[in-house]
Design a protein around this ligand. Structure first.
Ligand SMILES: [Zn+2]
Length: 211
């Protein structure tokens, strides 16, 4: 009999016992937990003003690597969105604005300075430094975030760790997952199960079409 029991669960970490699930499926689930579930990350940055010492590309890279809290119920991946637009729409992208203004003291712009047009999709950690500004320097950008998967680029990874170990009995495996915070650990595992089912369904259809 197949079952999945939660042994331990917190916001960022979950440990589940998988029973009656062949090793290859358990391992597929582990891989999907790491990089197969959509999360939000900044993918396009418009630099309006940047007089900091960090080059525009450096600013864009730092913004892209910020984990963003993700809501999978209201958003879709651009490839699945009915807007069919490169620019995107309110269902497939979120705009985050950053405007440092200018100051006469040295200071550090952090992830907290990003203001999101969405109440959920915003940096998981408000204290990530983006760039230090000297007196008079400014940074003003528009950052567009979209859903993507870690299999495309590591900035979309949903977990930092997903480890599979043997359980005490035959066909019993323990899966431990730690998230980057864009989704809770429980959301990651639940989404991964849905994704594995979808992929297996697609695979069966492909096989059926061949025979
Ligand atoms: Zn769209």
């Amino acid at each position: 009999m197949t079952s999945l029991d939660i042994i331990e669960e917190s916001e960022n970490r979950i440990v589940v016992k998988l029973k009656g699930i062949p090793l290859q499926y358990a391992n597929a689930l582990r891989r999907i937990c790491l990089s197969g579930i959509p999360t939000f990350a900044v993918d396009d940055v418009v630099i309006i003003e940047n007089s900091s010492v960090l080059a525009d590309e450096g600013v864009a890279h730092r913004l892209a690597m910020l984990p963003l809290r993700t809501d999978l119920t209201r958003f879709v991946e651009p490839s699945a969105c009915d807007c069919h637009s490169d620019v995107g729409c309110s269902k497939c992208r979120v705009l985050l604005m950053l405007d440092s203004g200018s100051s006469d003291t040295t200071r550090t712009v952090t992830s907290q300075d990003l203001s999101s047009e969405d109440e959920v999709v915003k940096p998981v950690n408000p204290n990530v430094p983006i760039v230090a500004l000297a007196p008079g320097q400014k940074l003003k950008v528009e950052a567009y975030a979209r859903l993507g998967r870690g299999s495309e680029h590591a900035k979309w990874n949903s977990s930092t760790i997903a480890i599979l170990t043997e359980g005490g009995n035959p066909e019993e495996h323990i899966l431990a997952v730690e998230t980057v915070g864009s989704l809770t650990a429980g959301e990651v595992v639940r989404s991964a199960i849905d994704e594995l089912e979808r992929r297996l369904g697609e695979f069966q259809q492909t096989i059926a079409a061949l025979s």
